[in-house]
Design a protein around this ligand. Structure first.
Ligand code: 5AD
Ligand code: SF4
Length: 497
């Protein structure tokens, strides 16, 4: 079915399902460039592969790549797709200092993430001088900010390839233009309503995978740059999501994480109405799938239906990440979060009532503009009352273009003091919470061999807490019943039962 007269594939006429299994060497590269996706990208992968082979033949070794991912799970998932494309082209994975193509998939949620990228770019200049084939690429959220791209083009002109979040699917095409012309390629889209399905992907773990269910965010929390760099909310069709998960399970995956900036508003805008709770119910039915996680939930959209689907499921893990951001209703209003302190606590009560063993984690920002000591004490109060299993605590970072950037900022020394107090409280509570399972036996999914002691493995409980115990690499991807012998603060030391 793939072959036309000269035994080469005409990508325009191949089904999406079949495209994933196509051999790039069989792509007919003499045909006009396909107009439609993802065929167009498979065409450019075929083109790139030839160029990569030519260079490899010339230098007498395979070309090597390194991808550094900053930021969240969405970026991690994007990097798996970028990795797969590079491997299809013949690139081999290498260390940062020994590669011919380096790609930074950037994050811009806080300013320190940006600084890390600039710092690393400074070092790359000499690496590039020593390797005439070296290509430096930048992509991801930071690239969606015009002032960043301007700065890079001016101060780091040796960067070869710049693209953003909306056109990440065009990676092969852009890389082809760079390899073929030697010119700097910059391609940033302001927004998109396109979702390109069925490009290759290489999972970091054979037994677990992230699955995007939606892209973008419509919430415009006043401190947050994500809606500006990731665009408006777009949900994937449920059929495409379920098919992807079924394929993953056939391929040995037992745990999936459904990904979106605000999974609780999944389904808005789709032709056939569906909400997140309904999607979860469908995912739950997939045979062979054993654990389901999701990230991130916005409290304003957390429905009773979702709580009930979760409570009635044996597969949905007993872990809920519910970002608080602030415990002060006054600040929550200014943050445009659309819930009050009392409503948030009400949700936690509902969750705990439905699932008494649930782990709850959160994100908290300290030093949001206008935060008074009283506001901060409200946050401390919520932390004491909810008793989070763990909390990611962030110092507010001013993001230009967001409403909060123009508000009166809190002095640094005050923020630092509050941050330290919050962290001490969070750690104290989290240590106690983790301890509650000491002496019990629970199921652990083994993830990797311990980096410090190769006679030990590390796995994850259903509630997301890590457990270290004796084992070997053969245990990776399997479930073990582990006696949680000692709680060590944020993890357990255990013994297989
Ligand atoms: N400053 C500090 N933290 C932020 N977050 C988002 N924007 C900012 C900012 N400007 C945090 C929020 C969010 C998490 C992913 O990052 O807590 O939930
Ligand atoms: Fe940012 Fe708010 Fe959207 Fe989360 S929900 S990505 S904090 S704007």
């Amino acid at each position: 079915m793939f072959n036309n007269m000269d035994n080469k594939s005409d990508i325009n006429n191949i089904s999406i399902e079949a495209l994933k299994n196509i051999n790039l060497d069989d792509v007919n590269l003499d045909m006009p460039v396909p107009d439609t996706e993802p065929g167009r990208q498979y065409y450019f992968m075929g083109k790139c592969k030839q160029l990569v082979k030519n260079i490899s033949d010339e230098i007498g070794r395979p070309l090597r790549y390194y991808i550094k991912t900053f930021g969240c799970q969405m970026n991690a998932r994007d990097s798996e797709k970028l990795t797969a494309i590079l491997e299809c082209l013949g690139y081999e994975e290498a260390e940062e200092g020994a590669c011919d193509f380096i790609l930074y998939n950037t994050c811009t949620v806080r300013e320190n993430a940006n600084q890390k990228v600039y710092g690393r770019l400074g070092h790359l200049k000499s690496q590039k001088r020593d390797n005439p084939y070296m290509i430096i690429g930048l992509c991801g959220c930071m690239m969606q900010e015009a002032h960043v791209v301007e700065k890079i083009c001016k101060s780091y002109p040796f960067v070869d390839l710049i693209f953003g979040t909306h056109n990440i699917f065009k990676f092969a095409e852009l890389l082809y233009y760079r390899l073929q012309s030697g010119n700097q390629i910059v391609d940033i889209w302001e927004n998109t309503d396109q979702i390109v399905e069925e490009l290759p992907s290489r999972r970091k773990f054979p037994f677990k995978a992230g699955v995007n269910i939606m892209y973008g965010c419509n919430n415009f929390c006043s401190y947050c740059i994500v809606p500006y760099v990731r665009g408006r909310e777009r949900s994937r069709e449920p059929k495409a999501i379920l098919r992807e998960i079924e394929h993953l399970v056939e391929d040995g995956v037992v745990e999936i994480m459904l990904l979106g900036q605000n999974v609780n508003s999944y389904g808005n805008g789709l032709c056939e109405p569906i909400n997140f709770a309904e999607l979860l119910k469908e995912v739950d039915k997939i045979d062979g799938l054993q654990r389901i996680r999701f990230m991130t939930s916005h409290p304003k959209d957390l429905s009773d239906e979702l709580i009930s689907v979760m409570a009635n499921s044996k597969k949905v893990c007993r872990h809920f990440h519910l970002p608080l951001q602030s415990g002060s209703s006054r600040l929550l209003k200014s943050m445009n979060r659309k819930y009050t302190k009392e409503q948030y606590i009400g949700l936690v009560e509902k969750l705990r009532e439905a699932m008494p063993d649930l782990s709850i984690t959160t994100d908290i920002i300290v030093g949001y503009p206008g935060e008074t000591e009283d506001d901060f004490l409200e946050t401390m109060d919520v932390v004491r009352r909810v008793k989070y299993d763990s909390a990611y605590t962030f110092i507010y970072s001013r993001r230009s273009g967001t409403p909060a950037a123009d508000m009166e900022q809190v002095p640094e020394d005050i923020v630092k003091d509050r941050f330290d107090r919050l962290l001490t409280l969070v750690n104290e509570i989290s240590k106690k919470r983790t301890g509650r399972l000491e002496g019990k036996t629970a199921e652990v999914l083994v993830e990797n061999v311990n980096a410090h002691d190769c006679s030990m493995v590390t796995g994850r409980l259903d509630n997301n807490i890590l457990v270290h115990f004796k084992g070997s690499k053969n245990d990776i991807g399997t479930f073990k019943n582990v006696y949680l012998k000692k709680a060590m603060g944020f993890y357990y030391l255990g013994e297989v039962r």
